[in-house]
Write a protein that binds this ligand. Structure first.
Ligand code: DX5
Ligand code: ZN
Length: 230
């Protein structure tokens, strides 16, 4: 059970490492989350898949609720689901602090983002690798963070797609002009060999699934990511 207030805030400067529980041992989830917390994770990335928007299924609000009660790490839910609107209240009630939806999955994205904020969650929008920056630009003033997918979503352990860094640079240029507080998150294929280029392009928050949970020593894996990013 959590014994203290969360140690990290979405406004915190500098980089953050966010392990994705997609690569954790789901049969030992509370232990896995405690282990990455002790190993230096800044917050926890929770991949929600509906078997429709992406070809995989994971978990929903009941698991998020139990996770929130079991850890003092903030929960960042990445919704890879079609038309997420009806699910948002349940994710908020479950204890989600940050929540991203996919631009490609939302018919009325502006309304969806407003609803996320009205539910007291920090709103982000995720972009698949093929989705171009200009489609994101109109919604940027409404967001706390952007999630640039550096793999095609659905599975952990895939290879990083370097071309998405052009999009990171475009978001970074936009925020310098309009909103320096906007955070840029990247997700997919992040490991010591890919993180430096992403950091140089402007990424703040690094999701890492297999690079952390696939390692024998979680603390060493997180430290290696921080070192490589610096
Ligand atoms: C992919 C998920 C990612 C995934 C990343 O659809 O959104 O969060 O867990 O896994 P790695 O770090 O192994 O690429
Ligand atoms: Zn994710």
């Amino acid at each position: 059970m959590p014994t203290s207030t969360p140690r990290w805030s979405p406004d915190a400067p500098g980089l953050a490492i966010c392990p994705s529980i997609l690569s954790a041992d789901f049969a030992r989830l509370a232990d896995e989350v405690a282990a990455v917390g002790a190993a230096g994770a800044d917050f926890l990335h929770v991949d929600v898949m509906d078997g429709h928007f992406v070809p995989n299924l994971t978990l929903g609000p009941p698991v998020v609720k139990r996770l929130a009660a079991a850890t003092d790490l903030l929960l960042d839910c990445h919704l890879m689901v079609t038309d997420p609107d009806t699910l948002l209240p349940a994710f908020a009630a479950a204890g989600t602090r940050m929540l991203s939806v996919h631009l490609e999955a939302c018919t009325h994205l502006h309304r969806t983002v407003q609803q996320i904020r009205a539910l007291s969650m920090s709103p982000g929008v995720a972009l698949n690798p093929h989705t171009a920056f200009p489609l994101l630009e109109p919604i940027l003033p409404e967001l706390d963070f952007v999630l640039i997918m550096s793999v095609n979503p659905g599975f952990g352990g895939q290879a990083f797609i370097p071309a998405v860094l052009d999009k990171v640079r475009a978001v970074d240029a936009w925020r310098r002009a309009h909103n320096p507080g906007l955070k840029i998150q990247i997700d997919g294929g992040i490991k010591p060999s890919t993180i430096a280029a992403a950091r140089a392009a402007g990424v703040d928050w690094f999701v890492a699934g297999s690079a952390v949970f696939g390692a024998d020593d979680y603390a060493a894996a997180i430290a290696a990511l921080r070192t490589a990013a610096a």
